[in-house]
Design a protein around this ligand. Sequence first.
Ligand code: NAI
Length: 258
Amino acid sequence: MGKYVVTGAASGMGHEVARRLRADGHEVIGVDLADADVEADLSTSAGRAHAVRAIMTRAGGRLDGAVFAAGVGALRGKERLTVEVNVLGVTELLMGLQPELAAADKAKVVVFGSNSTTSTPFVPRRAVRLLEAGETERAVRIVRRMGPLSGPAAYAASKIAVSRWCRRHAVSDQWAAAGIRINVIAPGPVLTPLLRKQLASSTAAQVRSYPVPVREYGTPEQIADWVMIMLSPAADFMTGSVVTVDGGTEALLRTDDW
Ligand code: NAI
């Protein structure tokens, strides 16, 4: 049986993935703000460093996989928090845990992106580039200038930056040649506490304005099914991919842009 890290393990999709892995007999190191094996605030560099140390201690030198589901939604006024958790909460942990993942045979990493990466209009490209370069403060200043659109812009920019980071690193020698697969899952709206919070916030109209052709929201169970496949040997020949599971929104909005 394997040993897996799951961030965001206390709620929503991360919770469901951790539950499935445990039910299959694997050892799971859950990471979250509270109610987790490792309690850490991934929005601060001290919290991320603590998480890496605590995971390493529990991992004992080897990790068969990691799922990065901790995330913050599109909320105005929380732009800094959003990019810290959604980008650095993935990249800094992955860099810190690379030796543990390399020690396993074909470790699998699944990172939660979002279909907002390709379906959100007016995402400032400069902010994305700054996030990719680790210039968080400057990126946040740019998205804050977008007024009422700053929440969705920060969210989409954070998910674009982290998805690009995954694609770039997945195919590099440090990761691919070390046997580590890194893939991104890009869900559309999934009924979790995160989505419910957004539907009760000032961004509700924007969230509802996205058409979902199948006319229903996704469930954590459906997304966990896809993540389990992406953690299985079925993903041995898969790295750097972004898997969209979104009820058709992306296909509807970008039919020919492919
Ligand atoms: P959720 O809110 O149910 O769970 C997210 C978890 O992340 C929570 O347990 C929360 O405590 C944890 N978290 C947040 N900030 C943290 C911090 N500073 N340090 C440590 N942990 C922290 O959310 P959900 O919906 O399950 O989201 C999982 C991932 O999927 C997120 O990355 C989200 O951006 C992404 N996503 C969600 C969609 C949705 O419609 N629910 C759509 C597309 C992507």
